[in-house]
Design a protein. Sequence first.
Length: 392
Amino acid sequence: MSPAAPSTLNTFDHRPTCAEVDLGALCHNLNAIKTFVAPSKVMAVVKANGYGHGLERTALTLQGAGVDSLGVAYIEEAIALRRSGITIPILVFGGLLQEQLELYLKHDVDVTASSVSKLEQIEATAQRLNKRARVHLKIDTGLERIGVHYYSADSLYEAALRARHSDVVGVYSHFADVNLNDLAIAKMQLERFLSSLRYFEDRAHAPFLRHIASSSGLMALKESHLDMVRPGLTLYGVYPGPGYESRLQVKSVLSLKSQVVYFKVVKKGAGVSYGHKWHAPEDTRVVTIPIGYGDGYSRALSNKASVIIRGKRSPIVGVVCMDQLMVNIGPNGEAYNDDEVILIGTSGDQRVSVEELANLVDTTPHEILVLLNQRIPRVYLTAAGAVPNRDN
Ligand SMILES: *Cc1c(COP(=O)(O)O)cnc(C)c1O
């Protein structure tokens, strides 16, 4: 028997737990960012399964809404996008291994050239395959990740000027620290980037895009917009930290929902969940929800996060299990089996945000989103309402 072909009909179709993705909100956010940064271009970052929103659907929606290009971390993500019908430029941010180069050229994916030797590898492969490579040079202005240091960038620029099989379509850098209260590091990085660029600007044969700002940078520092910005988080309607809301209004795209599967009264003093890390202070009503850290809802949220049931916030009690968690709805709380549970999202005047969950466990909002894994079906809302097919 041959292995089963991947199917759009997915095994988790009927799970009560899902991530609802509002594609209208996604388009709204793209337009808000476009207006904010115009005339700069926008590269939408869709790495890590579109920040948990689903790689293909997110990318196709953004392409349909007129985004200029897409950014991903790995070549595999770019290939998946090409196979799903993405025709606009895709840049892979990540470090390059020589053996992957043929894939870049075969699938027409933009390469990050982060050193002279990497650029030489790109040149050699492009020549051998008789193709032209599209290249973005990567300048390190202070993150100490991939990229040639800004103070030795001239060697990379010279190699780029010598290149015969590559088109340098961009030069970019990435902020290490954007802090609304102290932009000194970001400003220093921007200055390093711009001054290193002068050498290349004076000599380049063709126009190219200069870019440095992701979500926080583009909101915090207008001078950083340059020719293009690279938002991820903000596109999904989530803010990188406090204080950004006043700069640009975006709508959250993802809601995480489930349903009550069990109701019980827990007697005063009884311990709840593994290790009895919570004890009922009084007789109280506790419901069980079918989602856990096996879905990417972090165990670190145990005894910290709240959910919304019937318009009321109630706390998670005890540790989050792999597949289930318990919520204390109080001695007189009302909830029935099948009731909707909102783990991320809004109901009435109550809201649980990605930012709130990130704060509770001292991580970035990015991590809360990308942890939500393939076991949670994504349900897409368009202007016409819920899209019946669900993707993982
Ligand atoms: C992830 C990433 C971005 C997007 O960052 P956000 O904070 O989500 O806006 C932009 N550029 C690079 C190089 C990245 O790796």
